[in-house]
Structure formats: C-alpha cells, structure tokens
Design a protein around this ligand. Structure first.
Ligand code: SAM
Ligand code: SF4
Length: 333
C-alpha cells in the first residue's frame, strides 16, 4: 500500500497523536488472572492483520506524524514471523520514527533479545507481577518464573533498557512491591506499578484485587527516597526518581487520577480495529480498507476516529460490569 505523505493526526480536542500502540496478536502463552479468562477463545487467523498489513499500517502512521510505535498484544513475541515486522519498522527509526518499543511477558526474550537490539529497539517493558515462582504461576496460571528472569537477563545483556510492569494486586502481590523496587534498583531496571483496570470479563470479581497506588506510594516512601520527576510521556504514568539509583518509579493510576487531557495515543487491535480510548468502544475498522480500500480510505477512517476521540475514560472498579467488554489483550495494553 502507498503510504503517501500524510496529514498530522489531531483530535477534536486539539491533542496531537504521536504514539501508537499496535497489537500484533490477541494470543498469549500466559493467562494472567486480571487480563484473561482461563478458557479464553482467540480470534480466527483470517480476522487478524497479516504482518505485511501491520507493517503497511505502521508506515502509514509514520507518514502521519507518529514518532513512537509500541508493539504489544496478547504476547507480541508469540506471533510467528514477528521478526519481519520488528525489522521493517526498526528500519524507520531515524526516518520518521523516533522509537520502536515492545511490551512483553518476557517468556520469549532469550530468543529475541539480540534481534530486538539489532533492529534498533533500545527499551522494552516486561511484565512481572511476582518474583516468587509459585505466586508467579498462580497469577499467570501457567508461567515459569525462571524463563522470564532468564529473558530479562538476556535483554539486559543485549543492551536493552528494561522497565518492569507490575500490576498491583491486593492480597496477591502487595507485600512484594517494596522488594520488587529494591530488586529493580539493584538490576538497574525502572519499575511501573499499574492499578487493575476493569477491562473484559475474567471469570471473577476484580474489585477485591484493586489496590489504590497512592497508598502503595506512601508505604514505599518509608523505605525509598522518591523524588518527583518532571518526566511525562503523554500517557497515564506519573514518575518519581528513586534517589541514588538511576531508576525511575512510575505509577499508572487510571482509577485514582485522570490523565486524559494530555493523551497523545491511539490503539490498534490485531484485527485492524483502531480505538480512540482504552476505556471506550469508539473505533474504526481498518482491516477491509487495508485489504481493498487503499490509502485515502484508511486515512479518511482515521480522521473520523480522531474527530470522535473521547475526551476521557470513565473507569469505575466498583461497577458491576467492566468499562468495556474488550480485554486488554485485544486492545493492546
Ligand atoms: N503480553 C504482554 C505483557 O504482558 O506485557 C503485552 C500485553 S499485556 C495486555 C500489557 C500490559 O497490560 C501488561 O503489563 C499487563 O500486566 C497489563 N494488563 C492486562 N490486563 C490488565 C488490566 N485489566 N488492568 C491493568 N493492567 C492490565
Ligand atoms: Fe498475556 Fe500479557 Fe495478558 Fe498476561 S497480561 S495474559 S502475558 S497478554
């Protein structure tokens, strides 16, 4: 597909979209309790964009002024042939793209870390909710902690900067958060804590796992000196520098703080559905347009999405139903 020279993507509230999260698959080798149901059904293959289509779409976004792309999923590194997409988009770094990054559960990192670095990736997010093997298996319903820790080591050795993503879960890993931060400062990894978000049905109630991070932060301050950081990514995280460590702590608090005014992002599901907001169903479908419509039709659909991008999300953990029926693994976390 011709990507053409695109117009900048500016939404109805004047926010410029410079960041795209591109989900490359809804599949995953883990089944984290807050993310998926145990018996999760995945989409049929023909519903998912091909790697060629994902690459073309990435290039179209770059032509429209997107400077950061994050590959996510599901688990991006379980998509067969993913290296071709990583290499294709990596080749655009310095040519329109400032940064290509990845959010991964780390299970495949031993194999992929060198390739990621070669392709120009310099930073990745790795999800790790516990450093206790049994707990890790319980939370992920099947994961092998040692495999993920080996992956994190391989990534560090390859030269990748690592940010650990930890979902704070009341009664499941709340007693480990301080030790996780201590481990991160020893290893030189950043740490971002995430509040559970009500996205998709997961067989069970999430509200009893909800842990407000403001409370967690007060506890961490007894053990670590946290210096407010001016760093902003246009995203939901607020940051603190952990004194004398070179490590940064991020808190993603969609439920206790609203961050939508500075939103710079849209999210593409592996089906080619593009969502204006994680917490709303507002969307456009690009798959058929990519297959049959051509560049102008795709751009026109994106313009419609931008015009209607919601001002803010309205998450409520206590509500009986999730904010949207769609899982994070569909939209791309
Ligand atoms: N599989 C990869 C991983 O786990 O990093 C990438 C996709 S995963 C959906 C992206 C991030 O979303 C992970 O850090 C995960 O912990 C987080 N996540 C998934 N469901 C969530 C939920 N309901 N609330 C908060 N975070 C969630
Ligand atoms: Fe898979 Fe990531 Fe969801 Fe866990 S959080 S089930 S690793 S997609």
């Amino acid at each position: 597909m011709e990507t053409g020279s695109g117009r900048a993507m500016i939404d109805g509230y004047g926010r410029r979209i410079s960041y795209v999260r591109l989900s490359v698959t809804d599949r995953c080798d883990l089944r984290c309790r807050y993310c998926m149901a145990e018996a999760m059904t995945f989409l049929p293959k023909q519903d998912i964009l091909s790697l060629e289509e994902l690459g073309a779409l990435g290039e179209l976004f770059i032509a429209r002024g997107v400077t950061r792309i994050r590959l996510t999923g599901g688990e991006p590194l379980v998509r067969r042939g993913i290296e071709t997409l990583i290499e294709r988009l990596g080749a655009r770094i310095g040519h329109g793209l400032d940064e290509l990054t990845l959010t991964t559960n780390g299970t495949q990192l031993v194999r992929f870390a060198p390739l990621l670095f070669e392709a120009g990736v310099r930073r990745i997010n790795v999800s790790l909710d516990s450093r206790d093997p049994e707990r890790f298996r319980h939370i992920t319903r099947r994961g092998e902690l040692a495999q993920v820790l080996a992956g994190i080591d391989a990534a560090k050795t390859a030269g990748l900067r690592i940010k650990i993503n930890m979902v704070a879960l009341n009664g499941l890993n709340d007693d480990e958060i301080g030790d996780m931060l201590a481990w991160c400062t020893d290893e030189g990894h950043d740490l971002t804590l995430i509040e559970t978000m009500p996205l998709g049905d997961v067989e069970g109630d999430r509200s009893d796992r909800y842990l407000p991070l403001d409370r967690v932060k007060r506890e961490l301050e007894r053990r670590f000196e946290l210096i407010p950081s001016l760093a902003r990514t246009g995203g939901p995280a607020r940051y603190w520098d952990v004194a004398r460590s070179g490590v940064r702590l991020g808190l993603i608090t969609p439920l206790t703080n609203n961050f939508c005014a500075g939103c710079n992002r849209i999210r593409v599901a592996a089906t080619g559905t593009v969502y204006g907001c994680l917490g709303h169903d507002q969307k456009v479908e690009l798959r058929d347009l990519l297959r049959r419509g051509g560049t102008e039709a795709v751009n026109a659909a994106l313009d419609r999405l931008l015009a209607g991008k919601p001002e803010r999300h309205r998450f409520d953990i206590a509500a009986a139903a999730p904010a949207t029926a769609r899982h994070m693994s569909v939209t791309g976390g």
